[in-house]
Each structure stands twice: as structure tokens, then as C-alpha cells.
Design a binder for this molecule. Structure first.
Ligand code: NOJ
Length: 455
């Protein structure tokens, strides 16, 4: 009853993404991605919408994974983890976005996968984690009606090259950020605020997901394919006010189910469309016809869980809901932890969709002034891991089909817009030299992985 254990086949590991970890941003034929481009464009300047000063650093070094991947993977094996989630750089594999394949890009990831498998680490691979080739962005990116076709062609190259070794694929990461924030709220490159464009981009990303899933099946692979979405449990500001309950529900529908609904049931959430006619009015023409034509079921969903929100009814906003101050606030943390929210999201996703679910990201990032000793003695991160992993074990006991947990991130890396300010890693990385050191939290995580149990 008081034991928090993980089943034998449970995947327990860490995650990172190409642009955040690799560095080597201009080597071996790689072209520029949108993060490389916009970080340079706005380096040290005010964010075009919020006014916040953006990092002066582009993601040129990451955590030096490109050069040190062998050592990183050996560390993962020593940790006792059995999985690592990483993403592929489209710009390394097809530098022109569409067309010629770069043999050096294929060679790099081939070496990474071979090394992982030789160390007993299962790869969980995202085709696209935010770093869209800038040359495609210049042709409209997600908004171009050809986007689903570009993506399918890229996905086919990846499946052909790595499908023999990679058995767990995700099409893309957190579309609510790339298209939702990139075009709707203006918080992410290309910093646009136009809901019609946002809905067009969202729709194209959903179609691109279907096309990759179909291609994967057509090519006859025996692995699993799904997607990774961000999820934020939204609680009514005042649960005894019925309008707030509805507003909180709309908020979740807008942030999560708007992607998940079409991808599992071929439909955008009807409640949201019914209650917000302004959304329906801006939807791309013929959206249901497209969904009916391309729909392809997926095998699992990955959810990235960091924080929770409190929401109240606000008729003037796009979704007739708005966030209010959270109970949980803490200075210096990128996201304020609320472990119980993880149990809420896992039960929500499982009960609503019944698909196997991975916690594809969960992690604690804190501002650092680069003092190695302070950064490495990270008791708060141990506490964070313990409380969240206990929630996962509780969910398993309750019968939720949760299949894996990935701590974000494997090592201190790059964050869009804030650069190297926040450290999330289990491994400490010297920003200048790439020198690595296990934090206390990595020693702790190692115990958990080896015992397959949390204390
Ligand atoms: C989610 C994103 O997928 C990842 O790229 C980012 O680093 C983390 N959130 C932390 O901010």
C-alpha cells in the first residue's frame, strides 16, 4: 500500500531536444532553424509583444551534445535509465527543408542511435521539436498549404534511415507553442498575433501529423507512433461559480484537446466551437472535410507537464476564460511545481482518450548565477522528482495506462528566449567548456531507476 513502484517494462529516463542540446549549429551542412534565426534577430532586445528583454545568446552550443554524445549516453546507462527522448534536426537532415538529404546529418543520428542501443537505452524520437528550418519559415512555414507534404517527405527520410532502430516516434512537440503561441498570442517566433493564422497553422500541423502516421504505417514498420502535447490542468478560480467551471474546461479544451480531439477522434472539441462562435468563424475553410480525408489514429500520446493554472470566466477573451493568479508562486522558478496536477492530468487523459500515455517532459528549471556548488546540490529538485514520481506510481495503482516518465532535461541546456538562464538538468554543464558533472538529483534519479521504485 505504501510502496511506489514501477512495472518492469516502464520507461524511466530523461529528455532533451536537438536545438537545445546539440550545439554545432552551423557544422556539417546544417542550415539555420527558426530558433537560430529569431534569437539572432532579437538578441538582447525587447520581446515584440511582452517587452521582456530576450536572451543575447543564440542556441549555438546547447549542452555540446553533438561533440559529447558518447559521454552523455554512457552517463545515461550509468544512471540506470532505460530510455532517452531526443529530437531530430530537420535542418541537419534536409538543410533546404525539402529535397536533398545531407549524409552527415544521417550519419550523426545513426551513430547516436547505435551508441544508445549498445548502452541499453531505448530511443524515443520526435521528428520536430520547434526547430523548423528557417528556409521553410520564409515560405510561410506552418501556414503554407504544402506544409503537411513537406513534413511527410521529411518523416519518410527519417523512418527510412532510422526506422530499423527507432521504435517509438512522435511527430511533433507542443504545437500549442509553435502555432498557438507563435501565431495566436505572439509569445514565440515568429511572434504574430492573428487568430486566423493560428488556426490555419494548427490545422496544417494536425494534417502533417496524420500524413506522417500514414507514411509510417504504409512503410511497414512495427514500432509505435504518437505525438507530444503540452498539458496544463486548469482549475476554476472559484469552483462554486458555474461559469468558472465552464471557463476552466474551455481553457483545457483550447490548450490540449484542440490538438488531441482531431488526432484521436477526427473532430475539434465541439463544446469549444459551440460556446465560442468567434473560433468557428476563423477556422480554415473545409476543415472537417480535411480531417475526414486524412485522419489516422495514433498509438500513444506524450504529455509535457510543468504547472497548473487557475481560470475564471471572462466573456471578452477568445475562449471566454482567463488565467488568474495561481496559489503556487515561487521566485526564480521557470514553472511553479504542483505535483498533484500530474495525477489530475494523467487521469484526465486516460479517462477521456484511453490511449497509452507517456509523461514526455516534467522538470524543474531555476535561475542560476552559475555557481557550480550551489547548482549541483539541488535538494529541491530531488524533492520535485520524488513528489512527481509518486504521483506517477499512484496513477499506475489507479489503473491509468501510463507507460513512461521522462525528466526534462538530461543536462543543463538552452531555453528559447531566456537562453542559459534557467538550469533544468540532472547533469550540470559548464557553459563555456561543456564540462559535465552529475548533480545530486542525478544520483537520486539513478537510485530510483535502478530500484524501479520511488521512496
Ligand atoms: C517544453 C518544451 O518542450 C521544451 O523545449 C522546454 O525546454 C521546456 N518546456 C522547459 O521550458
Amino acid at each position: 500500500m505504501f510502496e511506489f513502484a514501477f512495472p518492469k517494462d516502464f520507461l524511466l529516463g530523461t529528455a532533451n531536444s536537438s536545438f537545445q542540446s546539440e550545439g554545432a549549429w552551423d557544422r556539417d551542412g546544417k542550415s539555420m532553424n527558426v530558433i537560430d534565426h529569431y534569437a539572432r534577430l532579437y538578441a538582447g532586445k525587447a520581446h515584440p509583444n511582452t517587452g521582456r528583454i530576450l536572451t543575447e545568446f543564440p542556441p549555438d552550443d546547447g549542452c555540446f551534445f553533438y561533440d559529447n554524445y558518447e559521454a552523455y549516453i554512457e552517463d545515461m546507462a550509468k544512471t540506470g535509465q532505460n530510455v532517452y527522448r531526443l529530437s531530430l534536426s530537420w535542418c541537419r537532415i534536409i538543410p533546404t527543408g525539402v529535397g536533398e538529404v545531407n549524409p552527415k546529418g544521417i550519419e550523426f543520428y545513426s551513430k547516436v542511435f547505435d551508441k544508445m542501443l549498445s548502452c541499453g537505452i531505448t530511443p524515443f524520437v520526435d521528428l520536430l521539436h520547434w526547430d523548423l528550418p528557417q528556409c521553410l519559415q520564409e515560405q510561410g512555414g506552418y501556414l503554407n498549404p504544402a506544409f503537411p507534404e513537406w513534413f511527410e517527405a521529411y518523416a519518410r527520410v527519417c523512418f527510412r534511415a532510422f526506422g530499423d532502430r527507432v521504435k517509438l516516434w512522435s511527430t511533433s512537440n507542443e504545437s500549442v507553442v509553435t502555432v498557438g503561441s507563435g501565431y495566436g498570442t505572439g509569445g514565440f517566433p515568429p511572434y504574430k498575433k492573428d487568430r486566423r493564422l493560428m488556426l490555419q497553422g494548427t490545422h496544417n500541423v494536425i494534417l502533417s501529423h496524420f500524413r506522417a502516421v500514414r507514411a509510417y504505417r504504409e512503410m511497414g514498420f512495427d514500432g509505435q507512433i504518437g505525438i507530444v502535447h503540452a498539458i496544463t490542468p486548469c482549475y476554476p478560480a472559484e469552483p462554486w461559480v458555474p461559469e468558472d467551471i465552464d471557463a476552466a474546461e474551455r481553457s483545457v479544451l483550447n490548450r490540449f484537446d484542440f490538438y488531441m480531439g482531431p488526432m484521436t477522434e477526427g473532430k475539434y472539441p465541439q463544446k469549444l466551437l459551440d460556446e465560442c462562435p468567434n473560433i468557428e468563424a476563423l477556422m480554415p475553410e473545409g476543415y472537417q472535410v480535411d480531417l475526414d480525408k486524412w485522419f489516422a489514429p495514433m498509438d500513444f500520446v506524450g504529455v509535457n507537464y510543468y504547472n497548473s493554472a487557475r481560470v475564471r470566466y471572462e466573456p471578452k477573451t477568445f475562449t471566454k476564460s482567463t488565467g488568474v493568479e495561481n496559489f503556487y508562486t515561487a521566485p526564480g522558478q521557470k514553472f511553479v511545481a504542483y505535483p498533484a496536477g500530474l495525477l489530475d492530468v494523467l487521469t484526465y487523459v486516460w479517462q477521456r482518450y484511453g490511449l497509452p500515455v507517456y509523461i514526455s517532459e516534467n522538470g524543474m528549471g531555476v535561475e542560476s548565477d552559475n555557481d557550480e556548488e550551489t547548482d549541483c546540490h539541488d535538494n529541491f529538485r530531488i524533492e520535485y522528482l520524488r513528489e512527481h514520481l509518486r504521483m506517477v506510481a499512484r496513477a499506475i495503482k489507479l489503473g491509468v495506462g501510463v507507460k513512461g516518465y521522462f525528466y526534462w532535461n538530461d543536462a543543463d541546456s538552452y531555453e528559447t528566449q531566456s537562453g542559459y538562464l534557467y538550469r533544468f538538468g540532472l547533469t550540470w554543464v559548464d557553459r563555456k567548456t561543456g564540462r559535465r558533472r552529475w548533480k545530486d538529483s542525478r544520483y537520486y534519479f539513478s537510485k530510483v531507476c535502478k530500484a524501479r521504485m520511488v521512496d
